[in-house]
Design a protein around this ligand. Structure first.
Ligand SMILES: Nc1ncnc2c1ncn2[C@@H]1O[C@H](COP(=O)(O)OP(=O)(O)OP(=O)(O)O)[C@@H](O)[C@H]1O
Length: 241
């Protein structure tokens, strides 16, 4: 974590209300969060506490209803100044945020390399350069020997590593991981978290991991607890990986 630099994510007083009038639900009631380049933080909270809503706001999938969000020092949302401050939310999602989900959601008719290379190709990088970058990431994630395989031939753990490679393929400064270890056994879950930590340091990526997984919670150095739409920060055990 590099605290001399600008935070990758800074959120202040973030609010999200779904619906209006009697049907309104205040899912986020003033969330504060700061995540630095190169760190992995846990986001933990009971069902319905607002975790998914927070990730969706950060990922520009839904619009908050108040507060302030900055990515790498740039205001992307300001509730007091017209809402979204960027005209191209699709480019924001594509270029600045990587997603890792519980299921890998790989594309079955593309091989492993092209699954990772697809996003850079869509962002305008030529095919050979995109494949080269994909191969570098697959090597870093120790799954390059499967580069030409169809995704259906991979184990669950291998597929999740390919999904992590894909989330890093655009060199996004931020990765949002939603229950990335839920389907994995203890050893594989810890491997995924070790990889996320290594990648965070190597690429100075800020990673938020939403999880209920007791196997990985002791590994976080910092944890945000969310309850009833509000966060509080706590030091984690930071157990070595
Ligand atoms: N589209 C929606 N319309 C109305 N209310 C919603 C909507 N999405 C979520 N909510 C409500 O917002 C609150 C927060 O939901 P959210 O999905 O963010 O919680 P969560 O912490 O991710 O829960 P879980 O761990 O069960 O996935 C809940 O009360 C939920 O019912």
């Amino acid at each position: 974590m590099d605290k001399t630099s600008i935070p990758a994510i800074r959120i202040e007083g973030l609010m999200k209300r779904y619906g209006t009038g009697d049907a309104a639900v205040d899912a986020l009631k003033g969330v504060d969060m700061t995540v630095w380049p190169g760190e992995v933080v846990g986001l933990i909270g009971p069902s319905g506490s607002g975790k998914t809503t927070l990730l969706k706001c950060l990922g520009a999938v839904i619009e908050p209803t108040g507060g302030h969000m900055q990515l790498s020092g740039e205001t992307i949302y300001d509730g007091k100044d017209g809402g979204w401050r960027t005209g191209d939310l699709r480019a924001l999602r594509r270029d600045r945020i990587g997603f890792v989900f519980q299921a890998p959601y790989l594309i079955p008719f593309l091989d492993v390399t092209d699954n990772v290379a697809l996003l850079p190709m869509l962002a305008g990088i030529d095919n050979a350069a995109a494949r080269k970058r994909a191969l570098e990431l697959l090597t870093a994630l120790d799954v390059a020997h499967r580069a030409g395989a169809q995704v259906s031939q991979l184990s669950g753990g291998e597929q999740q590593r390919v999904a992590i490679a894909r989330s890093l393929a655009n060199h996004a400064p931020i990765i949002l991981a939603d229950e990335p270890t839920a389907p994995l056994d203890s050893e594989r879950a810890l491997t995924v978290i070790r990889i996320l930590n290594d990648m965070a340091v190597q690429y100075q990526t800020a990673i938020i991991v939403v999880t209920h997984d007791e196997k990985i919670i002791p590994t976080f150095k910092r944890i945000y607890h969310i309850r009833d739409g509000r966060t509080h920060e706590e030091a984690g055990e930071g157990r070595p990986l």
